[in-house]
Design a protein around this ligand. Structure first.
Ligand code: ADP
Ligand code: MG
Length: 352
């Protein structure tokens, strides 16, 4: 095994970030579901990684396999009908797919936690928010009711819920959508996990509240040096918070890149389409460009490139060969760090 030596000129934290093995590494993950109509191939060879303190944004239209990948990582896939025929999920170097159900259950909350889109259905309506946050400490840490309640108040303060002490006994429906989402963030962060997966955490909220909740999540992540996988279909949300992006289509990663580069120079026609569908304040009144057509039926993914039927640049090879995720380079052949594209014509796409 090779290790990157610490550069004495850099500070410890930065050096640790570059030399550590990734916190999470998904390798060639496949997930399929048995349905009445046949086998739905929801995830078809996804690989991605996220380090401590790093934010990976996973983008793609509805149905591209973002949530199913997350559920596989968390160990909350419906199995059956779900099945993982192939792949590895390495958490701190250990393949957690090989662990027992009990071992996975212990990791949830303590080592990795998930924030869902819909707090109202994720939270229990018949228990106070204080009880639900406190439950994390009672179950995993064996704390007394009184201590757990004090912890709940502390966490509600930390996610900036006003009058936390007075509201700890309130029920989920007594909070606004934004405040409920903060409560879910509080529960997820309670045990200071190493990894957070936020699955469309702000989609259900008003635009102004979205930004506040996202800022809070990003701030806490930085403070606690957690790895964050942020799932969204909104490229506009990720620009400020993500370090890198993986774009998914039909259960595959079609493009990867450091966040700012993808906005400047997408290397996949699908990403280009997503980028042009971001609403722009300076173009009020204009129609949004949405990508024409629909994602494929996962029971019958087209041959070759799954995006081909919707792609204006498609050639005959696109119907014949599945494009591999290739290293993207400059015109002169130098590698662009962290950049990959699964398009037969990525050179034309990025260099035009
Ligand atoms: P998204 O990218 O929108 O998060 P998902 O990962 O939720 O997409 O879903 C990917 C595909 O997997 C969808 O077509 C969905 O219908 C299918 N799928 C997810 N869960 C199940 C299930 N329990 N049974 C059958 N199909 C499922
Ligand atoms: Mg989803």
């Amino acid at each position: 095994m090779t290790t990157i030596e610490k550069d004495p000129g850099t500070n410890g934290a930065a050096a640790a970030k570059t030399s550590a093995a990734p916190l999470l590494e998904v390798r060639n993950l496949h997930v399929e579901f048995k349905t009445d109509e046949g086998i739905a191939k929801a995830v078809n060879g996804v690989s991605y990684s996220v380090g401590a303190g790093e934010t990976l944004a996973v983008l793609g239209e509805s149905g591209s396999g973002k949530s199913v990948t997350a559920q596989a990582i968390m160990g909350i896939l419906d199995m059956p009908p779900g099945r993982i025929p192939q792949g590895e999920i390495l958490f701190k170097g250990q393949d957690i797919l090989k662990l027992s159900g009990e071992e996975r259950r212990k990791m949830r909350g303590a080592k990795m936690a998930m924030i869902f889109q819909d707090a109202l259905s994720a939270l229990n309506p018949v228990h106070s928010v204080g009880t639900q946050i406190g439950e994390m400490f009672r179950v995993h840490r064996g704390m007394s009711k009184k201590d757990a309640k004090a912890k709940a108040v502390e966490l509600m303060d930390r996610v900036r819920i006003p009058a936390a002490k007075a509201r700890v006994g309130d029920y989920p429906h007594q909070f606004s959508g934004g405040m409920r989402q903060r409560i879910m963030i509080a529960m997820a962060l309670a045990l200071e996990p190493d990894l957070i997966i936020a699955d469309e955490p702000t989609t259900a909220l008003d635009v102004t509240v979205q930004a506040q909740v996202m800022d809070l999540l990003a701030e806490l992540q930085r403070e606690m040096n957690m790895g964050l996988i942020l799932i969204t279909h909104d490229l506009g949300v990720v620009a400020d918070v993500a370090d890198k992006i993986a774009v998914m289509y039909a259960g595959r990663i079609v493009e990867t890149a450091p966040v700012h580069e993808i906005y400047k120079r997408p290397a996949h026609p699908y990403t280009r389409g997503l980028l042009s569908s971001i609403p722009r304040l300076d173009q009020k009144g204009q129609d949004l460009y949405a990508i024409k057509g629909l994602p494929p039926n996962l029971l019958a993914i087209p041959s070759g490139c799954a995006f081909r039927p919707r792609c204006a640049s498609a050639q005959s090879v696109c119907g014949e060969e599945v494009p591999a995720l290739e290293q993207v380079t400059e015109r002169d052949g130098t590698d662009l760090a962290g950049r990959g594209s699964a398009c037969h014509f990525w050179k034309e796409t990025i260099h035009g």
